[in-house]
Design a protein around this ligand. Structure first.
Ligand code: SAM
Length: 256
């Protein structure tokens, strides 16, 4: 409710700022017989809206109110084709935000460092990044471990192309334009995922069914609901959860 109130106040203040700046511009035109440039009217509207909202709204609104009229005016100058191009670009990058409710956000260098340690410690032979984004994780690791195999799955078209390009000179790094749910993982001994809370249980079950006995799942930021992790490793902004493949009896309970 409070958020809606803030939004309404912001719109009201913005509208007032725009009307006030237009009135000032009209008075100026009558006085000087020359209209001020449109961008100046937009800047004035932003300043007025910001001042009016100064005490009424949270601090972060000030910047928004200041630039909003200028952005609106800029929007009117831009050819509609650019909006279409921006929408297409967004779709090519964030394709899975719509399809699987998993958008692109990249994990940081700390994650690569932690996976580096895990590959050494657990002697991982084949790691798959399920939803590899632009491929920066597998490309960095493939460069460090030429004897280990890396596979990335990605279905956002532009990200796939970038990931493929990143791995172009790395024979141990493959990027596949495939939905990872439809692929078999039984030739991989580690799965790295940075997805969302929603598919975690399904992901864990697939790992339990398909990974070899020494295999395991590494999930950045998201835990598997109702399943105890084997280890949790700090990896920068988020923790990395490790879920080993369980012995047959325990596994059967989790897969029920
Ligand atoms: C949060 S990003 C993580 C990118 C990369 N793994 C990293 O750590 O930087 C998740 C990626 O998974 C991709 N993705 C989601 N569901 C997918 C699916 N079923 N098959 C292939 N890619 C998928 C999305 O397009 C997105 O690029």
């Amino acid at each position: 409710m409070r958020r809606h109130l803030a939004l309404l106040t912001a719109f009201a203040v913005l509208a007032l700022g725009i009307v006030a700046s237009l009135l000032i511009a009209r008075a100026w035109t009558q006085w000087q017989h020359q209209m001020p440039p449109a961008w100046l009217i937009a800047v004035l509207a932003g300043v007025l809206a910001m001042v009016m909202g100064w005490r009424l709204l949270p601090t972060w609104w000030r910047g928004v109110l200041l630039v909003a009229p200028l952005v609106m005016w800029g929007g009117l100058q831009i050819h509609p084709g650019w909006f279409l191009a921006a929408a297409v670009l967004l779709l090519l990058v964030q394709f899975n935000a719509i399809r699987h409710r998993v958008p692109l956000y990249r994990s940081g260098p700390a994650v690569i460092g932690v996976l580096d340690g895990e590959i050494r410690q657990r002697r991982i032979r084949h790691l798959a990044d399920v939803g590899c984004g632009d491929g920066h994780v597998i490309a960095a690791l493939a460069r460090r471990f030429p004897e280990v195999q890396f596979t990335g799955f990605e279905t956002a078209p532009l990200l796939f192309v970038i990931a493929r390009w990143r791995c172009r000179d790395l024979p141990n790094c493959r990027v596949r334009f495939r939905d990872f749910w439809g692929e078999s993982w039984n030739d991989k001994d580690a799965i790295f995922a940075f997805l969302s809370p929603e598919p975690m249980l399904r992901l864990w079950r697939k790992c339990q069914r398909e990974l070899p006995s020494e295999g395991g799942l590494y999930s950045l930021a998201f835990e598997v609901p109702g399943v105890e992790f084997g280890a949790v490793i700090p990896a920068g902004r988020f923790d990395l959860y490790f879920y080993p493949r369980l012995p047959r009896q325990k596994r059967a309970r989790g897969l029920e």
